[in-house]
Write a protein that binds this ligand. Structure first.
Ligand SMILES: Nc1ncnc2c1ncn2[C@@H]1O[C@H](COP(=O)(O)OP(=O)(O)O)[C@@H](O)[C@H]1O
Ligand SMILES: [Mg+2]
Length: 222
């Protein structure tokens, strides 16, 4: 089991996942020799869910998986601070599973005075914590995956400044902005095929009644 962010457990409780087998396979194959993939498409089409399901389908390929909400600079910064705590909490396990290491995050955080006396990450040192996370990921030979979710506003958020440089890096972006494909390679997310869309409609209708299913059917552009 890789080191996973806790939020994902919750995201997956959102009902059964339908379709998207080809997209999952495409992401998996593309990550063999590509480092950055941008899933782009309309709001609500299923980009974030696809990223979550990719993680659950292929988590065994990674020692550690990180998730950052990238809609604003503040949210991405807060996510990186949470990633620092995640690294402290599960680094002992990542290290046990791996032989290639260039130094631990825990010792780096102590050296840079980024932890309090309980050993927790200081939340008022955001810029220095973000730099520490980026530099650890850049120097790491671990198989890690970083998801930058909802990176919709590429004009205001300099996403590249959050990219670690490691040779082994795998970065999965979700964005409404088609320009995101220029950050790596792009996967345009289309509406679900009809059979999967119908299954999703039935699931949501069963859960929440008629009104909601009518709204969803217009959203799915039937
Ligand atoms: N293939 C799918 N099967 C089941 N539910 C889905 C699927 N794709 C999306 N959803 C659900 O639809 C909603 C919107 O999807 P989301 O991934 O948040 O869209 P986006 O990130 O493109 O804005 C979420 O509740 C998600 O769980
Ligand atoms: Mg999304």
């Amino acid at each position: 089991m890789p080191c996973l962010p806790p939020k994902l457990r919750y995201e997956r409780d959102n009902g059964t996942f339908f379709g998207r087998e080809r997209e999952l396979e495409w992401i998996h194959k593309s990550f063999v020799d590509r480092h950055i993939i941008a899933i782009y498409g309309l709001g609500g089409i299923g980009k974030t869910r696809l990223a979550v399901e990719y993680i659950y389908a292929y988590e065994r390929d990674y020692n550690a998986i990180f998730w950052a909400t990238a809609d604003t600079k503040d949210s991405i910064t807060l996510s990186f601070v949470a990633m620092a705590q995640q690294l402290l909490d599960c680094e002992p396990r990542i290290l046990a599973e791996s032989t290639l290491n260039l130094g631990t995050f825990t010792s780096m955080a102590r050296r840079r005075n980024l932890t309090d006396h309980h050993g927790s990450i200081l939340t008022n040192e955001t810029d220095r914590v973000v730099s520490a996370v980026i530099s650890w990921l850049s120097d790491s030979a671990e198989n890690w995956l970083l998801v930058l979710d909802n990176a919709d506003d590429l004009d205001s958020v300099d996403l590249r400044s959050f990219f670690p440089t490691a040779a082994s890096r795998r970065i999965l972006i979700t964005s409404r902005d088609p320009k995101s494909r220029h950050l790596g390679i792009g996967l345009e997310t289309q509406a679900l095929p009809e059979d999967a869309a119908v299954q999703l409609l039935l699931q949501n209708a069963g859960k929440e009644g008629e009104g909601k299913s009518i709204r969803i059917s217009s959203w799915m552009s039937f």
